[in-house]
Design a protein around this ligand. Sequence first.
Ligand code: NI
Length: 156
Amino acid sequence: MAKLNIVKEGDPILRKKSRRIDVIDERIKQLADDMLETLHDANGAGLAAVQVGKLRRMVIVEVEDKKPYILINPEIIKREGRQNEAEGCLSIPGKWGITDRPMTVTVRATGLDGKEFTVTGTGLAARAFCHELDHLDGILYTDNVIRMLDPDEVEE
Ligand code: NI
């Protein structure tokens, strides 16, 4: 495994659309490994491949000490409810904003084993799924933020 450099806001790659993954080969598995190490090192809840400079449709979401979800070609197939909570991004360090997201989302994706699965997340997990999937289409949370938080409003 290797820790990768996280691309920061302002880099034009973050605005590009990521390409579908048709073959899960050793390079994709290596990328997943490296993304996981990078995510752990950064203490984040999620990471998209584009954030380490690879325009492929793969994200990792890991919240609440559960095992990480590695999602290839993910799609949201169901949204329910609504939440306005704080959100940050490893590509926009030190900033947080209140976003408008569904309370619960169900995502369909392919795993590293090539099998399709669905996963449902609520609260933080739902925010993380929406946030990471947006990255695959070049969207940052700051595009649709309700308001950015002042530094003294942020508790970590
Ligand atoms: Ni992000």
